[in-house]
Design a protein around this ligand. Structure first.
Ligand SMILES: Nc1ncnc2c1ncn2[C@@H]1O[C@H](COP(=O)(O)OP(=O)(O)O)[C@@H](O)[C@H]1O
Ligand SMILES: [Mg+2]
Length: 510
């Protein structure tokens, strides 16, 4: 026995050293390569056996250069999300590990470009040059890296900047039924960043291609594409690409944030993102939870939105503001995905189909909208108008509902109603017409102080333009004060009101 043992040992030793010699001679030829075999494939996912040591989220290479993401790591099988159309994939084909995690190109070259969720150009404008790569999954900045929101993000929209102010680094949800103006609000906000030097990323998730084409055309027409990167997945894309799109877009945005830039990202929309994730999860046979969404959808969205932040100056100093959009069905904001997102974000802008139908655009329901941190960042000049505005408007809405019953109104009530109608008119704003903070405050101050009371409601729009022009031409020092974030002294306030009175004087006579 003892002799057998030593014989075996000698054989093993010999073989081992033979292997070592072989490895030395052919260092690149001999490598352990795990080959997997597809056991099952359907639209969007595949199951693969024979990859025992694959890591979660590792990229898997399929025939035809198709990539997949290892999603479910079961003991004898891996569930893989396909990142493309799987026309070459069928049961029995071989796949390989790549030992890589998914990354996308990032850098200045992405500005002005339209790319897919893997960062491949879709605009026919040639390859992206001088890019780096960044993993699409990133840890959120720690508490120590973050600083409170202090600088406003001006949307250029009066109702938002005055009443639901957003700060740089904040996450503000835009929610509403379809066709209520959610995309329009986000695009106007991007267009307004031209005056403020922010970088923007617009991420289209599972949208119609015609809608995406319109967004890109709008951005180009309003000179906003040059500082914007557009990441697109359409409804025809496989759910895997729809699912990763917001992560890829966020990585593209983070690159700029770490360059110290202020960045705005729009996710349009996360309802569709949740649906893509639900589809993948059901295909991968993960247990469904509420509304058939997988149990970790809350975590998925909160982790994504945690990546938005205001970085401390000594940690690169940039900021990432997120405007996730969520679409409600029949105004049900207590459905699963909207409630999740409401609780994850720092506030919401609610768009109402009733207001949209009445032509009160943007259809922002001020009473149901809130910004939980933006007030701290709002330019001080707004504080002179915001509280009056909110009060006048909410009193008006209450009285208006009441006065429909045809009761006789006392003088004070009718005055409140008349002023309220003008306030509501002054909160209207067409698309693609962002306003400067000084113009906004001048108009809102004038209307809440009753300067428009004697105008016809239809003339409020014209009055607004005149007040804005008079301010910009006549009171440059007040404009400068407001934009510099200085307080508005009473004297300047009186100047604003005088200028407004004079500006509309002609209008009353006409
Ligand atoms: N402030 C506005 N003024 C005029 N039209 C608007 C305004 N906001 C939105 N719209 C119009 O309302 C329609 C729906 O807007 P959209 O942003 O596509 O809605 P959603 O993204 O909520 O489905 C579009 O035709 C858009 O042009
Ligand atoms: Mg839309």
């Amino acid at each position: 026995m003892a002799t057998d043992d030593s014989f075996l040992k000698a054989v093993v030793k010999d073989t081992a050293s033979a292997f070592e010699r072989a490895l030395d001679q052919h260092p690149s030829r001999l490598r352990v390569r795990e080959i997997g075999i597809v056991t099952y494939v359907t639209k969007g996912i595949a199951r693969v056996s024979g990859l025992p040591s694959v890591r979660a989220e590792e990229l898997i290479l399929f025939p035809g250069e198709l990539l997949g993401l290892a999603f479910n790591l079961d003991p004898d099988e891996v569930g893989v999300v396909l990142l493309g159309q799987g026309e070459h994939v069928e049961a029995g084909v071989e796949v390989r590990r790549t030992h890589r995690l998914l990354d996308v190109p990032v850098g200045e070259a992405l500005l002005g470009r339209v790319v897919d969720a893997l960062g491949r150009p879709l605009d026919g404008a040639g390859p992206l040059r001088g890019t780096r790569r960044r993993h699409i999954e990133q840890p959120a900045p720690t508490i120590m890296d973050r600083e409170p929101v202090r600088v406003p993000l001006q949307t250029g929209i009066k109702a938002v900047d005055a009443l639901i102010p957003i700060g740089r680094g904040q996450r503000e949800l835009i929610l509403g039924d379809r066709q209520t103006g959610k995309t329009a609000l986000a695009i106007d906000t991007i267009i307004n960043q031209k005056s403020y030097g922010l970088i923007c990323v617009y991420c289209a998730i599972a949208q119609r291609s015609s809608a995406v084409t319109k967004v890109v055309a709008d951005l180009r027409e309003h000179d906003a594409l040059g500082y914007t990167s557009v990441v697109v997945t359409t409804g025809d894309d496989p759910p895997g690409l729809q699912y990763i799109a917001p992560y890829a877009a966020t990585s593209i945005a983070e690159y700029f944030m770490h360059q110290g830039r202020d960045v705005l990202i729009v996710y349009d929309d996360l309802s569709r993102h949740a649906r893509a994730y639900r589809e993948l999860s059901l295909l991968l046979r993960r247990p469904p939870g509420r509304e058939a969404y997988p149990g970790d959808i809350f975590y998925i969205h909160s982790h994504l939105l945690e990546r938005a932040t205001n970085l401390r100056d000594d940690r690169d100093g940039g900021s990432l503001t997120a405007l996730p959009i969520v679409q409600t069905e029949a105004q049900n904001i207590s459905a699963y995905i909207p409630t999740n997102l409401i609780s994850i974000t720092d506030g919401q802008v609610y768009l109402s189909p009733q207001l949209q139908q009445k032509g009160l655009l943007p259809a922002i329901d001020v009473g149901r909208s809130v910004s939980r941190v933006g007030g701290r960042a709002q330019l001080p000049a707004y504080q002179k108008v915001a509280s009056d505005l909110r009060l006048t408007y909410s009193q008006f809405e209450e009285l208006e509902a009441f006065s429909r019953f045809g009761t006789r109104l006392d003088e004070e009530t009718s005055r409140t109603l008349e002023r309220g109608r003008r306030v509501r008119e002054a909160l209207k704003q067409p698309q693609y017409r962002p306003m400067l903070p000084a113009e906004q405050t001048a108009v809102l101050l004038a209307v809440t102080q009753g300067i428009f009371d004697n105008l016809d409601v239809e003339d409020v729009g014209e009055a607004e333009r005149r007040v804005g022009r008079a301010l910009m031409d006549g009171l440059p020092e007040v404009v400068a004060r407001i934009h510099a974030g200085d307080d508005l002294p009473d004297e300047a306030r009186e100047q604003l009101l005088d200028s407004a009175r004079q500006a509309i004087a002609g209008l009353q006579e006409e």
